[in-house]
Design a protein around this ligand. Sequence first.
Ligand code: NAP
Length: 215
Amino acid sequence: MTELSRLAVLGAGHAGPVIARLAIKAGHPVAIATSGDPDDIALITELVIPGARPLWAADAVADADIVVLAIPLHRFLDIDPGLLNGKLVVDAMNYWPASDGVLRPFTGGGSSEVVARRLAGSTVVKALNHIGYHELEDRTRPAGAPDRRAAGVAGEDPAAVAAIAVLVDRMGYDPVRLASLRAGRVLQPGGPVFGTVLTRPEFERAVRDDARSLT
Ligand SMILES: NC(=O)c1ccc[n+]([C@@H]2O[C@H](COP(=O)([O-])OP(=O)(O)OC[C@H]3O[C@@H](n4cnc5c(N)ncnc54)[C@H](OP(=O)(O)O)[C@@H]3O)[C@@H](O)[C@H]2O)c1
């Protein structure tokens, strides 16, 4: 059997552990990290994300094929972009001024486009950001299930988008590919699919009807 891609999930708050659990369930080796000492999350990881390896962020990233950013956007600005050089990065973050504060670079545009510009040495795909963490876990369904829901996957690099679409599919969602990070603005807060869990036809219709997809 071919070995599945190794994930590093940065962030062990609400979203990170759910993403890690879904990836483990899908058969991927997963490491999880915060900004601090992995010993601090060793016990909770064992209890809440059995099978995940708590590591220092740099070690988790070094060992990973795919790095998932599940940290508050204002904390993302602390990350040295060099750490993620050459990596396929899933941006699962959202700009949330109420908790992030006002972050000038992220005001009025696509947050993942700013993330991608900052991570110029990485390939950035926007995914796993638009479904709340409770639902993200509860709404998974196997491929072909009549009530399977959709999840958006946006990026400029078709091979990277395809790889993350496979991951999303294995996690239990119908991936809907969007051909650029700009098109992926529909996935962010204020967009037509943010915070909703839709079937693929509903998702595609919502995206099609949204003015953002025409720009
Ligand atoms: N909550 C949801 O339902 C949901 C769903 C999808 C996407 N998202 C998005 O995911 C992001 C995180 O949300 P959340 O609700 O999970 O936040 P949260 O509960 O506040 O957790 C944030 C986590 O990020 C870690 N962290 C901060 N800086 C880090 C760094 N430089 N390297 C590694 N880890 C770091 C924190 O640990 P330390 O402070 O100990 O470092 C903490 O474990 C947000 O952008 C949010 O919009 C959230």
